[in-house]
Design a protein around this ligand. Structure first.
Ligand SMILES: C[S@@+](CC[C@H](N)C(=O)[O-])C[C@H]1O[C@@H](n2cnc3c(N)ncnc32)[C@H](O)[C@@H]1O
Length: 192
């Protein structure tokens, strides 16, 4: 990643952390992905050769910039989906120079995944309201191509909330996954 983009990301992360510390309403916090988790996720993205990336949970675009930085190099695209239109998203993407590689979609994540064709996605990153993921099944699995990657944040910080979803993933039998102890716990799984 070039230094200007990394400097912007570091600034957004620092601003987000400070903002969240003063925001009592959890749903109004930016809750950006931790930089070490973002770094790992984008290395996995590169190893998997992912070009069609879907993120559920945009917030202010912080993690979308990380993902776009990686897919840009291979001519891929990131679709980032949020149920809310957060201020600053498009400006942040523009400042990072990744607007051309990112589609910002205002929609419910579950509804968006339900509308995608089978095996359409190379990497799916779930970073929204964790208790909703199980209700989105089977679409998170259905939309991933064989060899694709499922990534879920917050599996160590909120294990009870993600447990029903991870149980569905385990019962599916079509994934090989593990949790990386970076950030708040990043679950990564390879789709058979
Ligand atoms: C943890 S934040 C995302 C952080 C972002 N990925 C980042 O690292 O910068 C969670 C986001 O999920 C969004 N969200 C909550 N429920 C959702 C749903 N059903 N569909 C899509 N987005 C949702 C929230 O509006 C919020 O922006």
């Amino acid at each position: 990643m070039d230094q200007a983009r990394r400097t912007l990301l570091d600034r957004l992360y620092a601003e987000g952390t400070a903002y969240d510390a003063g925001q009592p309403d959890r749903l109004r916090r930016r809750r950006n992905l931790e930089p070490d988790a973002a770094q790992l996720l984008t290395v996995v993205l590169r190893i998997a050769g992912a070009r069609r990336v879907v993120e559920i949970g945009t917030s202010n675009g912080y993690s979308a910039i990380w993902l776009a930085d990686a897919v840009q190099e291979v001519g891929g695209r990131v679709t980032t989906v949020d149920i809310e239109a957060w201020p600053g998203v498009r400006e942040n993407l523009r400042s990072a120079g990744v607007s051309g590689a990112v589609d910002v979609v205002l929609a419910d994540g579950g509804g968006y995944l339900a509308g995608l064709a089978n095996a359409r996605v190379d990497l799916l990153f779930l970073d929204a309201e964790r208790v909703e993921y199980a209700g989105w099944w089977p679409h998170p699995a259905r939309v991933l191509r064989p060899g694709g990657v499922l990534a879920v944040d917050n599996v160590l910080s909120h294990p009870d909330e993600v447990a029903p979803f991870l149980a569905l993933v385990a019962a599916d039998g079509g994934f090989v996954g593990t949790t990386a102890t970076v950030g708040k716990g990043l679950y990564l799984a390879w789709r058979r």
